[in-house]
Ligand binder design. Structure first.
Ligand code: CP
Length: 341
């Protein structure tokens, strides 16, 4: 037995023989959308649509299961919607927040996760400040890990719910998004949401254009198969969907996040005023959107910076539908992750 295998064996389970260990399936979980097959993506989105149709009649398919939320970074939408999703399917939810965990006393993420696993949970939902933190934890435990956002790397359930929202808005019930152009605007270099979206949208057949100032939308993003532009006004009229992103002030350099306010001068842009001039979706700019184009934002929104209130609350906005779809997508992901557990 390898040391890695020994490490992955939970301390409250009886020892297993090498042959028994060889037959244990790798936990399912969901660490990212990059490299995920089209078949699996469509299966998850199709299940999301079924759960959508079922409404209040969703099955209690996770009764007697327990899932833990381990959030080492703030969240409103993701954590709450995972909790609601798990409870709607009948699971128990245990919440471990960074602010009240022994991580504050120096315990490592891996030791924390192993201790939670030892209590008998069936899956963990992990948000971490560092890119790769969910994968790191998955390498150390046997239960499936669902990545709820890791640094600048990925936010797979956000990518799924955004793809689902775009498909619903454009009546692509088969999730074939060929012919659609999604324009992603803002601080893409620091955005895990952008990476997950680009991966899912390309796999489903859509084209993407990433727009921002060069420090936020560098030419190197083209390696992801996206087109890079710094001219929002030029690409806006061809968009079928516009995904606006927040400036990730907290990821600009070291130290505490600066407060976003007009006149602030974070890394990569000269001023908020200049940023708005080139890259905000203002009410005036929104008039140039084509018929049927929709506006998305993963939240939290900095109203008056990247997005005007009139647009955020206007008829093209899918922002609250995204949030509602988040519960459905997360139910589908939890079901898949816990199948056969
Ligand atoms: N979209 C998103 O991840 O929001 P939260 O940070 O509030 O979870």
């Amino acid at each position: 037995m390898t040391s890695a295998t020994t490490r992955r064996q939970s301390s409250n389970t009886p020892p297993r023989s090498a042959s028994a260990l060889a037959s244990i399936a790798v936990p399912r979980g969901l660490l990212g959308l990059q490299g995920l097959s089209r078949e699996r993506l469509i299966r998850l989105l199709s299940r999301t649509a079924e759960l959508h149709r079922l409404g209040d009649s969703v099955p209690q398919s996770l009764r007697s299961k327990a899932v833990a939320t381990l959030f080492f970074e703030d969240s409103t939408r993701t954590k709450t919607s995972f909790t609601i999703a798990a409870r709607r399917l009948g699971a128990d939810v245990v919440d471990l927040s960074a602010g009240s965990s022994s991580v504050n006393k120096g315990e490592s993420l891996i030791d924390t996760a192993r201790n939670v696993e030892a209590m008998g949970v069936h899956a963990m939902i992990v948000r971490g400040k560092q890119s790769g933190s969910a994968a790191l934890i998955q390498s150390a435990v046997r239960v499936p890990i669902i990545n709820a956002g890791d640094g600048r790397h990925e936010h797979p359930t956000q990518g799924l719910l955004d793809a689902y929202t775009i498909a619903v808005a454009h009546q692509r019930h088969d999730f074939n998004l060929s012919g659609l152009t999604v324009v992603i605007v803002g601080d893409i270099a620091n955005s895990r949401v952008a990476r997950s979206n680009i991966a899912a949208l390309h796999t489903l057949g859509a084209s993407t254009i990433c727009v921002g100032p060069p420090g936020m939308a560098p030419a190197s993003l083209a390696s992801l198969g996206t087109t890079v532009s710094s001219d929002f006004d030029k690409v806006l009229p061809i968009a079928n969907a516009v995904l606006m992103l927040r400036i990730q002030f907290e990821r600009h350099g070291e130290g505490p996040a600066p407060t976003p306010s007009p006149g602030a001068s974070p890394m990569s842009i000269a001023s908020i005023r200049e940023y708005r001039c080139g890259f905000a979706l203002t009410a005036e700019r929104a008039r140039h959107l084509r018929r049927g184009a929709v506006v998305l934002h993963p939240g939290p929104i900095n109203r008056g910076i990247e997005l005007d209130a009139d647009v955020a609350d206007g008829p093209r906005s899918m922002i609250l539908q995204q949030v509602a779809h988040g519960v459905l997508v997360r139910m589908a992901v939890l079901e898949e992750s816990l199948q056969g557990q």
